[in-house]
Structures are given as C-alpha cells and as structure tokens.
Design a protein around this ligand. Structure first.
Ligand code: HEC
Length: 197
C-alpha cells in the first residue's frame, strides 16, 4: 500500500497533471496589431495540420526509429544551448528563431519528441535543409554527406535505378522527405503566449 502511494504521487505529478494541463491547449488568436504575413490568424496555424504524404511520412519516421537518435524540441535556454546552435531554433536571419512551445504540437496527431540526441534536433530541419534531393541523399547515404556520420543508411527505403546508376526513392522515402521538409517550428508567437500565457 505504502509502496503504491509512493509510486502514485510522482505519477500524478509527472504524468497526469501535465497531461491534463497540456491536453486542453487551444490555438491562440493574434491581436490585430501583431498579425504576421501570410494570412495566419492564430497560433498554431490551422494549415500546419499535416495531411496526405507528410502525415504518412510521420508514421515512417516513427516506424524507422528515427526518434531513437533525434529529438524535435528546441529547449529553453535555461535548459541547454539549443538556441546557440546554428539553425536549430529556426530562421535566425529573419528573426524567427525561438524555443519550442507546448502549443507547437497542437496540430500533431502525436509528437515525436525523441528519446536521445545522437543526431541534431529536427524541430526546424525543414528550414535548414530545403533541397529535396539533398534530404534523400542524407537518408540513402549519410556518410556521403559527412564522412564521420553516425547515422545508419536507410537504403531499404530506395530501389536501384532501372538505368543501373543511382537510386530511386520508394513511396515511403518520398513521404518521409515530405515530412522532414515540413518540419518547422518557428511560427511567430502571439504576445500573450510569448510572455508566458
Ligand atoms: C543511430 C542514430 C541515428 C538514427 C537512428 C537516425 N539518425 Fe539522423 N542523424 C544522426 C547523426 C549522428 C546525424 C549527424 C551527422 C549527419 O549529418 O549525418 C544525423 C543527421 C540527420 C539529418 C541532418 C540534420 C541536419 O541538421 O543536418 C537528418 C535530416 C536526419 N538525420 C534524419 C533522420 C531520419 C529521418 C532518420 C530515420 C529514418 C534518422 N535520421 C535516423 C543519427 C541518427
């Protein structure tokens, strides 16, 4: 009994309370004087809801185990140096770089936060790598891009080109790349959220 209570209290505090408080997060409307370009009226924007190929791509991301080595969460500066790592927080040059917020996941079916960081955080990889062919190359042959890369090659997601040279992406690889290119968590925050709302 005492043991049960000893486990139940941390569980309530660490799992249930955050779950209840985060599960009811709702999109937040921008104030009239802070509407960003691009017609977005709320954060997170409804159009960020994944659909079609990039939605399927997230399932491939999960089933291939990418989350064992990659996180998708830019930590607050009090918890680590993420914001100083080039490109991790988003488009620094345009002033859009920021830490990840719980609301950033509201449009996701599930949030692949990740288990460990053997490779770089991917929350904003769609801002860092914008070239489709390069993204494929990274999955097909990571060592071709970085000789010392510790990332395994995902050759099983590709088939040999019928012309004998090179490779062709399968439907899974295309969907995964759609998903990776869509990974951006740098939508400007409404002031009420930025100041701790
Ligand atoms: C065993 C660990 C491991 C696994 C599993 C893994 N990666 Fe990686 N990944 C890395 C490492 C280490 C790097 C950094 C070196 C490099 O760029 O190749 C990296 C780099 C990347 C990059 C480039 C990021 C950047 O900012 O340049 C992308 C994109 C990526 N991985 C996607 C994936 C995807 C998608 C999967 C699953 C299909 C995956 N990785 C699985 C370790 C891993």
């Amino acid at each position: 009994m005492a043991l049960g209570v000893a486990f139940a209290i941390p569980w309530l505090l660490l799992v249930l309370v955050p779950y209840i408080s985060l599960a009811k997060l709702e999109p937040v409307a921008y104030a009239e004087d802070e509407l960003p370009d691009g017609g977005m009226t709320q954060y997170p924007d409804k159009n960020l809801l994944r659909h079609g190929a990039s939605d399927y791509g997230r399932d491939i991301y999960a089933s291939e185990g990418c989350a064992y080595c990659h996180t998708q969460m830019v930590r607050p500066t009090y918890a680590g140096p993420d914001m100083w790592r080039p490109g991790w927080g988003g488009r620094e040059d345009d002033g859009f770089a920021r830490e990840t917020r719980p609301q950033d996941y509201v449009t996701e079916k599930y949030a692949p936060l990740g288990y460990q960081r053997i490779g770089p955080d991917l929350a904003n990889v769609g801002n860092r790598i914008t070239d489709r062919a390069l993204m494929h190359e990274h999955l097909y042959n990571p060592k071709g891009i970085d000789r010392n890369s510790g990332m395994p090659a995902y050759k099983h997601l590709y088939k040999d080109s019928p012309f004998g040279k090179g490779y062709e992406p399968t439907e899974k690889a295309e969907a995964l790349v759609d998903y990776l290119l869509s990974l951006k968590k740098d939508q400007p925050l409404p002031a009420v959220v930025a100041t701790g709302g």
